[in-house]
Write a protein that binds this ligand. Sequence first.
Ligand code: PFF
Length: 449
Amino acid sequence: MMKATHRATFGGQLGAVLVTAGSAVGLGNIWRFPYVAGENGGAAFLLIYVLSVLLIGVPIMLAEFAIGRHTHSNAVGAYRMLSGHWTALGYNSVIAPLLIMGFYLVVSGWTMEYMIHSLTGEFTRVQTVEEYAAIFSTFTQNPWRPAIYTVIFTLLTHGVIALGVQKGIERSSRIMMPLLMVILVVLAIHSILLPGGMQGVKFLFTPDFSKVTASTFLTALGQAFFSLSIGLGCLVTYASYFKDDTNITHTALQVVLIDTLVAVLAGVVIFPAVFSVGIEPTAGPSLVFVTLPAIFNTLPLSMVWSTIFFLLLVIAALTSTISLHEVLTAYIHEEWHLSRRISAWIVTAACSLLGVAASLSLGAWKWLQIGGKSLFDLLDFVTANVLLPAGGFFICIFAGWVLDRRFMPHELTNKGTIPLRLWPLLRLLLRWVCPALLLLIFLDNLGLI
Ligand code: PFF
């Protein structure tokens, strides 16, 4: 095992918040959250989502931060160091990021292609939503273009990882996260000012509980998991680079606040635009790639707005793929005793291969199906519905029941140097509430209840 003392650290509290927020804020917030909220009653979903984030997201995030910061090790090393019997949880923590990369890089590649198409003005010739739908399906099923963009996006991620923890990951987050917030605020203001835009804002903030069913709760919980990057090795790995005096409770609360704010702002960008042209807000996953470009096209300066919007998606996706890549790079570097440079190349090669196969499974390699699902859908399904909730469940059990009772308070108070209020509540959530709710999503996702 590598000596922990030689490991890099992030500059300080702000760095810790920005890199972790970079992992959390991603396609999950800007692409997924608006359409899931649209399908589940807008504000009612938002309310349930916020509850899930507070009840489940925060306790698990704190447990992962404590484990990572205490051990200063990659995800596998961290669990093994704390208890040899729990190394398998470490392996789940590195396998899940690889599988997520398989489909996440493909969608990231699409955002890049759409940004370039917007920039070159190619979309200005297209008129109807149907035409956009046709473009989207022709593009995603094309044998080589999306595959090439997948590889380009992997190499872009590799470029940042190759620069190292501080010069690559931290510095890029310090530039990209503020830029992302500025773009988001500009787009949100632009959307609200559209004629009829306020109707979209109203949709997002006026709860309609008639659309809420049992599955809404479970969807919100799953969304919170994916969006906060919890249940796998990302937060453990990032926290392993935190300094010992980083206040992990404050970091977690700030990350959760930024992540939720970005999801809400993404809704503020998208719903007013949707309502201003009279399209139903329940368009599903194609909302961002079909409905939105069609809406942009009806606006003055469409090329500019559309380019900026897809740039936003590229930035959001990149800060997340960096975090997924780092989990794997840190693991290979420290556990296989290879140089960081070679480790990063191994990860890049593996992710590119998996990403290209997943991309092809949507078109040229339609035969690449397992259990009736394309490889692309399967990777999405297995990670979101099995590996992440299972990881989250076992992290709660590990931190709440297996580790010494003093472990969490010791870490959260930085060895007793900072105060910790609400510990009894947090302990209750970690030991009882989170595992119980997670068991529920898990069984529901597998169709067992
Ligand atoms: N949180 C990211 C998003 O919302 O898009 C996705 C993600 C990144 C999930 C990193 C998991 C992870 F470890």
